[in-house]
Ligand binder design. Structure first.
Ligand code: A2R
Length: 317
């Protein structure tokens, strides 16, 4: 039985990945979280770990001896990265280097998957869509820059130390339990609050014309486990749907599922200073390697995310 370690399992993706590896792939799953965090997906083997402390990672790896290390821990908010760049650099770059250095001290070679972001491509040109992995990267914010750096260092470690490190660039992933700082979850939460009469029937939105590549988080974690198994060391793989929808189309789907008449208004605070018009991944590299492609339709993800917020509000009352 393969032993998997998920570092940063208390976040949005971690719960889904835990369940998929344990129940879907039959692995022995070990997970880490920060001391103050709570896991959404209960799991027997839980450890507190701050990736800024390399010696703690070394001890943990010796204790568990994982075959697979899924590195999800990150400061993953673009907004927080602007406000606190040095913390973001510490966690996303030094933290990842600590994970790889700790793994390098082992007497065997675990496989490591580093999770980066479609944000790394940054200021893309219209003729570069859909984005291939070898496209030039022009990170446009600090979060993206740290993930681009993590990607470069991961490749260097794979080459220089012959380590089995693979890199992902994940595009927008969505689903139940995502924080409402992200657009689809935000709209679903607002719709659920309107249905309950907790706010007036007005949906506050940002730029509706931007097109984004949305994938259900349950499809995303399946891609991660396949890349862990079949990915080539030193290589980067896009994980996305491979097609985009406008934020307006996503909004219309949510409104069509909402049980109330809703007015739509622009909230200036939701407009980004620089908004890239279209982001769309080319997913042929992962598809050719593993046969993976997203299975869950956008309508289903949105319906279940809306239901998640309805349930959350029902529990609060
Ligand atoms: O920032 P918090 O308190 O939410 O904790 C996050 C945790 N984390 C850390 N874990 C260990 N040592 C640290 N120094 C440290 N700093 C933060 O990593 C959070 O629980 C977890 C990352 O989860 P999320 O922010 O929910 O990211 P998500 O959506 O699960 O995405 C997974 C990966 C991340 O690398 C993203 O940047 C990428 O996929 O898109």
């Amino acid at each position: 039985m393969k032993k998997a370690l998920i570092i940063g399992a208390a976040g949005f993706v971690g719960g889904y990945l835990t369940r998929h590896l344990r129940d879907g792939c039959g692995m022995e799953v070990h997970v880490t979280k920060l001391p103050a965090e709570e896991l959404r997906e209960r799991n027997g083997n839980v450890y507190n770990l701050d990736i800024l402390n390399k010696e703690d990672i070394v001890s943990l790896l010796y204790e568990i001896r994982p075959d697979y290390i899924f590195h999800l821990a990150a400061q993953s908010s673009v907004g927080v990265a602007w406000r606190n760049p040095s913390l973001t650099i510490d966690i996303n770059i030094k933290g990842s280097v600590n994970v790889m250095d700790a793994a390098r001290e082992l007497y065997y070679k675990p496989r490591i998957l580093l999770i980066g972001s479609g944000e790394e491509y940054g200021q893309i040109r219209a003729d570069e869509i859909p984005l291939k992995e070898e496209n030039r990267i022009r990170p446009g914010n600090l979060y993206a820059a740290t993930k681009a750096c993590q990607n470069m260092i991961g490749r260097i470690y794979a080459q220089a130390y012959d380590m089995e490190v693979m890199m992902v660039r994940a595009f927008n992933h969505i689903g139940p339990a995502q924080s409402s700082i992200f657009v689809v979850s935000d709209f679903c939460r607002q719709a659920a609050e309107i249905e309950r009469g907790l706010r007036k029937p007005v949906m506050y939105v940002g730029n509706l014309s931007a097109r984004r590549d949305f994938t259900d988080v349950r499809d995303v974690v399946q891609a991660y486990s396949l890349l862990m198994e079949f990915g080539e060391p030193g290589e980067t793989y896009n994980v996305g749907r491979g097609s985009s929808v406008s934020i307006k189309e996503a909004l219309e789907l949510i409104l069509s599922m909402c049980g109330r008449e809703v007015k739509v208004e622009t909230d200036r605070n939701k407009l980004r200073p620089v908004d890239i018009p279209v982001i769309e991944a080319d997913i042929s590299k992962i598809r050719e390697l593993t046969g993976w492609s997203p299975q869950i339709p956008l309508e289903q993800t949105i319906r279940e995310t809306l239901d998640y917020w309805r349930e959350q509000l029902a529990e609060q009352i």
